[in-house]
Design a protein. Sequence first.
Lengths: 373, 228
Amino acid sequence: MLVRLRGTENCVYDDARIHLMITSLEVENFRCFRHLVVDGLKRFNIVVGDSGSGKTAFLEAFFVLGGANPEIWTRMRQWRGAGSSIRLSGTRASYESVFRDIFSDHRKDRGAHFKLTESSGRTRSLDIRYPNQDKYSMPVKDGDESRGENAFVVQPIAFNWKINNREYRSKVEYKEGKLNFSGFDVVYPAWFSSPLINDASLIGPYFSEQLSIKNKTEPLISAVREIFPYIHNLSLESIAGEAVLCVSVEGIREKLPLGNISSGLNKYVMLLISIAANPGGVMLIDEFETGFYYKNVSTILTSIFDFCKRHNVQIIATTHSYEFLQALLPIMKREEESEHELVLLRSERTRSGCTVKILGEPAAAIESNFEVR
Amino acid sequence: MAPAQIPPLEKDYLIVGEGAGDAQFLKYLCDLHDLQDFQIEDAGGSSKFLSYLKGLSIRPNFERLKAVLIVRDNDDSWEDSFGELRKYLKKANLPEPTQPRQVKRFDHTPDGLAVVVLMIPFTVAGGETRGSLDTLLLRPIEENNAEVAACVGTFLGCVNRPRTKNQVDKFRLRCSVAALYPQDPNCAIQYVLSPDKNLVPLTHDCFEEIVAFLRGFIVFCAPPPRRR
């Protein structure tokens, strides 16, 4: 459900990240985007659009750009349905098949490029490409007589990040049938939440390290109780040797694992913990509405947005849900009247690839019951 | 339950009526005269016009729209009603005609979206007149039901209170509907118009000017030919 960018054990965030936000994103030749520029992002960014119009790819662009190791791409492949084990035959075609979906229309020759700019003016960019020179060799696989694409030596794909004019170079080497990834430490503080991701084990340690041990669980528990009043407390317990986030429930003597109560509660708590554990960062949330009971959506949204403001976290989220947008209306109006920190974006598939654009006056459109998705 | 949604834009020409009655009236007229090029919607009433217009530009397919015809009641001062609508158009960043039935585009997009406003009632001879859709509907109803019209007139005189022209017309229409349609004396205008109820003859010649305007609308708001 939720995954955080991970660096090495000594993972380092960019300095102090007070009041920083991503304000723009540029993408070239990634997934369905041939060329995309989105400028004017705010603290809360809600993306709507038809299926296949690039909503998830938009979030993925931020996530891969925020990474610090090409291994992130293999994780993203898995979310999209690829298997967890990569078996390579040793040919160039086999190697490149792992990365072919990075590039729009599979045009690997152009490379893919990403750049984000923050409100401070700081930038982070990523260039993914194969080296220009083509090395020709004898067939690398016994019995391979085709001498086609497979007759070329595997050229490691390069992931080159540039953070405030400092470059970090990384390649995906192929050795003995395996891919070897190398990276660096400066990840962007980004979390990705998606119904496709099932990695709840991360959240327990963050609850413990960022909140519980610092006696900072009260705001979290208050926010949970506002929507789920029968929940009394949250704690980390050891069950079958694993640290599991558990809840005390009114009327039940023993604590229960959070996930056993409701998927909506589980998602809500995970989002709140990840926001609290990720100050100055960005939450990428695919299908925000999934798992939430419709009557709770408005309160949940208000609570999450307030949590984000308190912890200086930015949200970039997608939704298909009309009810979600209706529930968002009071927050939109509040933001329009005060801090203007919410924008609605729509992804669209066009002849020249997908686009994402910021929509003006979303509150008026939703209030008028227009179909804006 | 979520409120009913206004569907996506699917046609090149959009007609926006002030309320549900206006929109239904225009739909029936267009159906009757086989004018199929328009998507017809209502703004939800005069108090919702602003948010409707402000939200219009973010709807999917807005770019394909060639023209928007906004239909609004004159009420007791067409200048005031039209002037208020102009303010809404300005706030919504839409082209702002300076007169009813004038085609207006943004200066920088000579073949872009055209905005036209039709104030009703309107007669070629009388120009803009005070009143609303109710005024327009009143004439065919009263002509077809002279006895009821006379009684309603008497009743109006009997309950003598100061009323504007618009209020008088609404009074008369409401009383006429209550008299002629006992099944639902409070029947809303959009339902009063239904041909099944046989209350308003939509073929009446008082609607001819509006039909003629709608029939010529696409040509009327076509962009000027480009110079070579």
